[in-house]
Design a protein around this ligand. Sequence first.
Ligand code: EPZ
Length: 420
Amino acid sequence: MDSLLIKGGVPLHGEVSVSGAKNAVLPIMAATLLTPEKCVIRHVPDLTDVGFMAKILASLGARVSVDGDTVTVQAAKLKPVGDYELIRKMRGSICILGPLLGRQRQATVSLPGGCIIGTRPIDLHLKGMRDLGASVTVEGGYVNVRARRLIGCDLFLGGRAGPTVLGTANVMMAAVLAEGVTTIESAACEPEVVDLAYFLNKMGAKILGAGSPTITVTGVKQLHGVEHEVIPDRIEAATFAIAAAATDGEVILHGARPDHMHAVLDKLKEAGVKVVRKGLTLTVTRGGRLKPVDVTTLPYSGFPTDVQAQMMVLMALTPGLGIITERIFESRFMHVSELARLGAEIAIEGPSAIVKGGRKLSGAPVMASDLRASAALVIAGLAAQGTTQVNRIYHLDRGYEKIDQKLRGLGARIQRIAQE
Ligand code: EPZ
């Protein structure tokens, strides 16, 4: 298991390119199961999650090839059941359920286990499948969905924490080959959902309203192969922007989509961070004394929960009191105790973390618990005096392409070490 060794205190300087979006490419790779024809996906990030999805598609009978940042998939013939162990390991793989049900009217996938950031049920996914006419059973750790016919309908997909991103993706992918019109109310509006709808429409689907809470899908008989370039990763871009401000450096982000990042960029400006936008390029500098801000995570276009941990580090470095409230996942504060090891002062009160900022951070060995918590620990290590060792970085490799190389390109003293 690899770790990262970070010698902190160096302001980041330089240019970095934003990779393709993990949370767009996973459902788009799953969508290739909807056609027997070849699909070519470009700007695909080199991540362990992408590798997992490629293996899962292959275990279902698809031919998959990866050439640099291009993934080609042809699912000419499909098996009803995929690799249990692989699917169980990666929560995102649940989004093969909709395409399999849509294409072959049946699917059996392993139930995704709990996750450290929350219970993360899939009841809304299954509700959507049932509303479309499928029977759903859960047995022996498997979810089985079957339908003689899938019939379009009006369905509501809002839950305890609002819309569901992968639930919207799954139901949309089941509905594209259904009979008639499906209207999804309280749909997720994330840019990754819009990119998936764009991909499906290029395959011949008829989807309207993606990006709004009401999505309409008119079923078609079949879909064809396409070529598609995935959108840039707004969460990776936000992570580098916060790292630039946290280290008092200057970073130029190339190939970002600022129009997908309004809530984050607005909050950074409120905190005193200087963000200059030129087309798809963002230049981020600290821009003087930072101010504490309050942040509440919300569904898109609100502040993303996937940037909560990174923003908490910036607030830990900022003199004054900042309150960070997590409204999407019930236990997404695993990074708090690790940040305390670096000297941060953070108290948890229910869904909120009260950050008493401005204390100098000093390096220490810390443990990554999940993807975004590990990114936060890396930023804290870069800003801290001394050496920080971030362990269990397999979490990081799931969602950040070559992050240590990219950071070294910005002058960071960071190296990957293999641990027994
Ligand atoms: C997607 O997860 C992302 N993952 C997550 O990113 C992201 O945090 C999340 O959306 C929210 O933005 C991928 O796209 C692969 P949800 P998803 O269904 O779709 C509850 C990262 O770091 N819920 O929108 O699984 C759920 O428990 C990851 O890259 C139900 O109650 O999230 C949560 O509280 C982490 N029932 C809320 O809704 C359901 O059936 C939002 O979850 C489904 C969800």
